[in-house]
Design a protein around this ligand. Structure first.
Ligand SMILES: Cc1cc2nc3c(=O)[nH]c(=O)nc-3n(C[C@H](O)[C@H](O)[C@H](O)COP(=O)(O)OP(=O)(O)OC[C@H]3O[C@@H](n4cnc5c(N)ncnc54)[C@H](O)[C@@H]3O)c2cc1C
Length: 456
């Protein structure tokens, strides 16, 4: 956090104020939405109410993979003709060029570097099937060899000295960023455009035409919710999104010699094919940042304190060293966690209901660093009633369609399904890595197939 400079909160909302648009949530979604609305219609009076400080949520603490991708794309594109699919693909692949243009225009320094990604890297034979499925998935969506291509073990080893490299998928459509710098930079840019940002101003209630906060209230014909994994604290949104915690650690800064030993010379991000979902990047300050799939708390309350989480972080460090044994003696200097949101429909959305003035965007399944830019641009177009290409995309919804905002099942069902999924996924590491006996591998395969069927 020291590298971010002073994090003095902006003033809180006090008393009653009138705006044209009020946005709850000062993460990427809320800030990008404010940015595009203000750019498209500078006369709009817009405010952002943030519960803590801008970037406090997942936007300020993620793994920094900015992907030109949206989770659940197959679901979104299902039923579209080839022309519509092509337009959607172009919109998705347009995320990075668009972000690059804004970063340059607004002089936001967030260590952006488009080194591409080496992902779903296989370390043991079972993972090759996962990779093949990934690649087939991209081909079925219409992406070309130039977008996603297979690297064999030798090519992979030339870029990343992974333990037992069997292969990976390479894509040029991923950039590395410093997440908090992007969130804080966006907040400053939005503020400079004339948007009022109130920090330490949680939205505590929604009523027709109003957003209520602790020490004040905003009257606005358009009210947009951009709280993602924190929907839990707003009764009207509580059941849309499952809040899941993911955890990240950072090593001490590594020397050039250590980086030569690891690879990633082009600052590619990487992940292995473990279902524990790993993600890593080489930061500008030469630390390796390594994160992994998180946990869900019964009832859904997001956790704020990850310091008591020693065992979980030890597990992530073990996984990092299993991928990169060169890091055996390297110290972990920082550990943190954050809350992301899993929507029941398993794909993101931008929703605006003209009749009530209510809108929302999100549902990124932990992949919102790039997708939030696309959803925010879409939401801005919906709010302004623009007849744009984005407003016609399959993630754009007019009205309040129940399908897009589908509710999660009640407890204890969600907790049980999450726990069972977690257990089976955890088995893979122990069952397949390190030459486990055949019967254990077979058991793992059957378990994951059964769960995939259950989740589907
Ligand atoms: C550890 C971790 C690693 C991740 N890594 C990646 C990655 O590498 N790549 C990727 O694409 N995605 C990643 N993600 C997911 C990504 O960070 C999110 O999808 C994205 O940041 C969501 O942005 P958002 O603005 O919608 O939500 P958030 O950033 O969570 O913002 C929501 C904001 O709303 C505020 N808020 C909450 N309640 C209220 C209220 N009542 N009133 C007002 N404000 C409120 C919160 O304080 C928060 O600032 C990761 C997430 C985590 C947690």
């Amino acid at each position: 956090m020291a590298e971010l400079g002073p994090l003095t909160p902006r003033p809180a909302l006090l008393g009653e104020r009138d705006y044209d648009v009020a946005i709850a949530g000062g993460g990427y979604t809320g800030l990008w939405t404010a940015y595009y609305l203000k750019r498209l219609q500078p006369s709009l009076r817009i405010c952002v109410l943030e519960r803590d400080i801008c970037g406090f949520g997942a936007s300020g603490r993620n793994g920094g993979w900015m992907m030109a991708a949206v989770e659940g794309e197959a679901r979104l594109l299902a039923g579209l003709d080839e022309e519509a699919r092509q337009l959607a693909r172009e919109a998705i692949l347009g995320i990075l060029p668009e972000v690059e243009a804004v970063l340059a225009r607004e002089s936001i320094d967030c260590d952006y570097r488009r080194g591409g990604g080496l992902f779903a890297a296989a370390r043991y034979p079972e993972q090759l099937a996962t990779q093949r499925a990934h690649l087939e998935h991209y081909r079925a969506l219409g992406y070309s060899e130039a977008d996603y291509r297979w690297l064999d073990g030798e090519e992979l080893a030339g870029r990343l000295r992974l333990n037992n490299p069997l292969g990976a998928i390479y894509t040029p459509h991923i950039a590395r960023i410093h997440p908090a710098r992007l969130a804080r930079g966006l907040a400053d840019s939005v503020s400079a455009l004339g948007v009022d940002i109130f920090e330490h101003s949680p939205v505590t209630g929604l009523a027709a035409g109003w957003l209520q906060s602790e020490q004040g209230a905003v009257r606005a014909p358009v009210r947009l919710m951009a709280v993602e994994g924190f929907s839990w604290n707003l009764p009207a949104q509580r059941h849309h999104v499952l809040p899941v915690q993911s955890r990240v650690l950072a090593t001490e800064p590594l020397s050039e010699a250590q980086w030569t030993d690891i690879g990633l010379a082009r600052y590619e991000v990487f992940s292995d094919a473990s279902p524990l979902i790993t993600y890593a990047q080489r930061r500008a300050d030469n630390r390796l940042v390594f994160g992994s799939r998180g946990s869900y708390r019964f009832g859904g309350e997001p956790r704020a304190d990850f310091s008591a989480d020693g065992e979980a972080f030890t597990g992530i460090a073990r996984l990092m060293r299993a991928c990169l044994p060169q890091l055996e003696d390297v110290a972990v200097s920082h550990c943190w966690g954050g809350t992301l949101g899993i929507p029941r429909r398993a794909c993101p959305h931008a929703v605006f209901d003209t009749a009530s003035g209510f809108g929302t965007a999100g549902g990124y399944l932990g992949e919102g660093v790039g997708a939030s830019n696309l959803m925010a641009r879409t939401l801005a177009d919906l709010v302004l009633g623009r007849d744009s290409e984005l407003a016609g995309m399959p993630w754009a919804h007019r009205g309040l369609p129940a399908a897009a905002l589908r509710h999660w099942e009640p407890e204890p069902l969600r907790w049980l399904v999450y726990k069972a999924t977690d257990k089976v996924l955890g088995w893979e590491e122990s069952a397949c890595a390190g030459g486990a006996p055949r019967w254990r591998r077979q058991l793992w395969r059957s378990g994951s197939a059964a769960l995939a069927a259950l989740r589907g």
